[in-house]
Design a protein around this ligand. Structure first.
Ligand code: GDP
Length: 444
């Protein structure tokens, strides 16, 4: 996500940090570069102008330049202002405090990711212990109705049985009645999209809006379309008074223009971002965390949340029990790896750890950890249960057999065993120290 933007900011900051003492003209030079970086990322011209002016004012207007770490202070100001630009302090949570069934309407142009987002949202709501009903209200594309019904089946979420040919407003009203009768507390309305804004579509959305009075109207915008997305949000907002934006396809090579401009231009908050085609790839949007990610500073909070969402509490408890009983063995180590894998690719996880993204790039390519993980799994998979529970019995001839079985080299097996032994020693030390000792180790 925004790799290009991150690299360019990195280059500007490196230059700045190399200067030692900073003068006003150093800041001006850096700001000229930041301006170019943002314009190249397709950020709205006026937004860029205001942003650079705000950073400059804060950087030269206070005691920043006289401080001991002027470059770091300037970087911090850029981070803060990026967060502010994207709406820091906005409340991204959905407002669903109303008499159920609470309608949420999703709208947007065709292909933006509306139907997909309806499914993702249903999954999130169910995790929040709500009982949503998906409502296909795009009658012009029968495939869209089928698509939503299929998603509902996969997710185990109820889908209203829309018949092509019905009037969209009447579909939504019938669905509300159905939800009332069947105890669904939330309606997710998947409305029609077109390739371009047209007045007929806007009228139809307006009529659904009047009839259902949705609590949330989310505009789904494709981040890859940059500033165009921002303009479309603006037009829809004029007609519908949307409550928020969902930016999709941030996992692709979107340049950042939409994410950085939409809040400033329209005044509407980004509430969610789509990070992939899969149903769990929807994240609540946090401007401050996004600013950190853009600047390559990682995002530990999102990482923890991801872990909490991906890892089943029962699984974790079972694993803890096993660890306590059997200790840290190659067997429990493999369980842990498999659990981590549920959270997503190692590449995406590493980027959330401060500094790790950059370090990995230096180490030669981002694919490394996922390949490495597969290799480790293959090696452990080729061991017998006895070997997994007691690695000390793995002698030379066993190592050779394991290497052959896993399609790796004997050096790979040796390296894994060496690293595992070190990790095991470390675990033992930590267990002895207890929670207090651990805190000391982490420097807290
Ligand atoms: P709609 O016409 O607005 O309903 O769009 P769809 O939901 O059918 O999505 C269009 C395409 O975009 C599909 O191939 C989706 O899988 C894809 N898509 C949707 N959201 C995302 C996302 O966040 N990331 C990626 N990579 N693809 C997405």
């Amino acid at each position: 996500m925004f790799d290009n933007l991150t690299d360019k900011f990195d280059a500007v900051f490196k230059k700045l940090s190399g200067k030692g003492r900073l003068t006003e003209s150093h800041v001006d030079e850096a700001m000229r570069e930041v301006r170019l970086v943002l314009l190249e990322a397709d950020v709205n011209f006026k937004v860029v102008k205001d942003f650079v002016a705000a950073v400059r004012e804060r950087a030269v207007g206070t005691d920043v330049l006289k401080s001991l770490t002027p470059a770091q202070q300037v970087i911090k100001i850029v981070r803060d202002e990026l967060g502010r630009l994207m709406g820091e302090g906005d409340n991204a949570a959905l407002d669903l405090a109303a008499q159920p069934p609470v309608p949420i309407m999703l709208c947007g142009l065709q292909g933006a990711g509306k139907t997909t987002t309806c499914g993702k949202l249903a999954l999130q709501l169910r995790r929040d212990k709500r009982d949503p009903l998906l409502v296909p209200a795009d009658i012009y594309r029968p495939a869209a109705i089928e698509q939503l019904k299929t998603l509902g089946r996969q997710l185990g979420v109820a889908v209203f049985d829309t018949q092509p040919g019905d009037d969209p407003v009447s579909i939504c009203e019938q669905a509300r009645e159905f939800a009332r009768l069947n105890g669904h507390d939330t309606l997710i309305l998947d409305t029609a999209g077109r390739l371009h804004i047209d007045s007929e579509l806007m009228d139809e959305l307006g009529r659904i809006n009047d009839a259902l009075q949705p609590r949330e109207i989310l505009f789904v915008a494709d981040a890859m379309t940059g500033q165009d997305a921002v303009n479309v949000v603006k037009s829809f907002d004029e007609k519908l008074d949307i409550t928020g934006v969902v930016l999709t396809k941030l996992d692709g090579d979107a340049r950042g223009g939409a994410a950085l401009s939409v809040r400033a231009v329209t005044g509407k908050p980004i509430k969610f971002v789509g990070m992939g085609e899969k149903m769990d790839a929807l994240e609540v949007f946090h401007p401050d965390r996004m600013a950190q990610r853009i600047l390559g500073m990682g995002d530990v909070l999102s990482l923890i949340e991801k872990a909490e969402a991906a890892i089943d509490k029962d699984d974790a408890a079972r694993m803890e029990k096993k660890m306590r009983k059997e200790g840290f063995t190659l067997e429990t180590f493999r369980d842990q790896l498999q659990m981590v894998k549920k959270m997503g690719s190692m590449e995406s996880l590493m980027k959330m750890i401060p500094g790790a993204g950059k370090a990995m790039k230096k180490a030669g390519g981002m694919q490394l950890p996922d390949k490495e993980l597969k290799r480790i799994e293959a090696i452990i998979g080729s061991m017998t249960p006895a070997e997994r529970n007691n690695h000390k019995m793995i002698n030379g001839s066993r190592r050779l057999r394991i290497a052959k079985g896993s399609g790796t080299r004997i050096q790979d097996v040796n390296q894994l065993l060496k690293r595992f032994t070190e990790a095991q020693k470390m675990m033992k030390k930590m267990q002895k120290m207890g929670p207090k000792g651990l805190k000391g180790l982490m420097g807290g």
